[in-house]
Design a protein around this ligand. Structure first.
Ligand code: MN3
Length: 239
C-alpha cells in the first residue's frame, strides 16, 4: 500500500517535472511567468454588468462583443508580438508605428486599444450633455452640441463597412473623424491623427443582434449611454 502511494507520488512528481520543460504548461502553472514570457496584454473587465446598458445595448451583444471579439484581439495581439521586440512595449508605443509592423499587430493592437476605451466611453444612465471644458470646446468648434451630434452621427453612418467614428483633439482643437477596421487616430496610418476623446464602434458585431442592419438606430441609442465624464477627462489630459 505504502509502496503504491510512493510510486504514485513519484510518478506524479516525475510527470510534473517533465511537463515543466514545456513553456505552455509552465506558463499555465505559473501566473507571473505567464505574464512576463508570453502574455503581456490582458482583456480588461467590463466596468459594469453586461446588461447594464439595456435597453440601448443588449446583454448578449455586450457578452459576445467583450468576451469573444475583444478577447480575440487580445489573444491575437499576444500571439502576433510573442518573441518580438514589441512584446515589452505598451499599446501607446506600438500604435504610432503600426505602418512598420505586420497587419496582425495593427489590427489587434488597434482592436485592443479601441475596445478598452469604448467600454469606458459608455455607462449605465449615461447620455445627456457634456459639461465644462468639453462642452465649451464642442460649442466653439461645431457651433452647438446638436451640430456636433449630427457630424459625429454622419461620420458613423458614412463609414463604409467596419470601422469607428471619432471625436479627436488635435492642434488645439476638436475634430470629427472616422477610421476603417480597427485603425484609430493614434496610428501613424490614420488620415486624421489626434487624441481620441470619444469613439463609437460601428462594426456590425456591435449592433447586429439587436438592430440588424439599422446602424442609424444603434447610433441614435449610443447617445443615451455615453459617459461624458470619461470623454471630458480625456480632453483635459490631452491639453
Ligand atoms: Mn467591436
Amino acid at each position: 500500500m505504502e509502496r503504491r502511494n510512493f510510486l504514485k507520488s513519484s510518478l506524479l512528481l516525475g510527470s510534473l517535472a517533465w511537463f515543466q520543460k514545456f513553456p505552455i504548461v509552465r506558463s499555465i502553472s505559473n501566473q507571473s511567468v505567464r505574464r512576463e514570457i508570453s502574455l503581456p496584454f490582458r482583456l480588461p473587465e467590463l466596468p459594469y454588468a453586461t446588461d447594464a446598458l439595456e435597453p440601448y445595448i443588449d446583454r448578449m451583444t455586450m457578452e459576445i462583443h467583450h468576451d469573444k471579439h475583444h478577447g480575440a484581439y487580445v489573444t491575437n495581439l499576444n500571439r502576433a508580438i510573442e518573441g518580438t521586440g514589441w512584446s515589452t512595449k505598451s499599446l501607446e508605443e506600438i500604435l504610432p508605428t503600426v505602418s512598420t509592423l505586420p497587419a496582425a499587430v495593427r489590427n489587434n493592437a488597434g482592436g485592443h486599444w479601441n475596445h478598452s476605451a469604448f467600454w469606458k466611453w459608455m455607462k449605465p444612465k449615461g447620455g445627456g450633455m457634456p459639461t465644462g471644458e468639453l462642452a465649451n470646446a464642442i460649442n466653439l468648434e461645431f457651433g452647438s452640441f446638436d451640430k456636433f451630434k449630427e457630424r459625429f452621427t454622419d461620420a458613423g453612418m458614412t463609414r463604409f463597412g467596419s470601422g469607428w467614428a471619432w471625436l479627436i483633439y488635435q492642434h488645439g482643437k476638436l475634430m470629427v473623424a472616422s477610421t476603417p477596421n480597427q485603425d484609430n487616430p493614434l496610428m501613424d496610418v490614420a488620415d486624421a491623427k489626434g487624441v481620441p476623446i470619444l469613439g463609437l464602434d460601428v462594426w456590425e458585431h456591435a449592433y447586429y443582434l439587436k438592430y440588424q442592419n439599422r446602424r442609424a438606430e444603434y447610433i441614435a441609442a449610443f447617445w443615451n449611454v455615453i459617459n461624458w465624464e470619461e470623454a471630458g477627462k480625456r480632453l483635459v489630459e490631452a491639453k
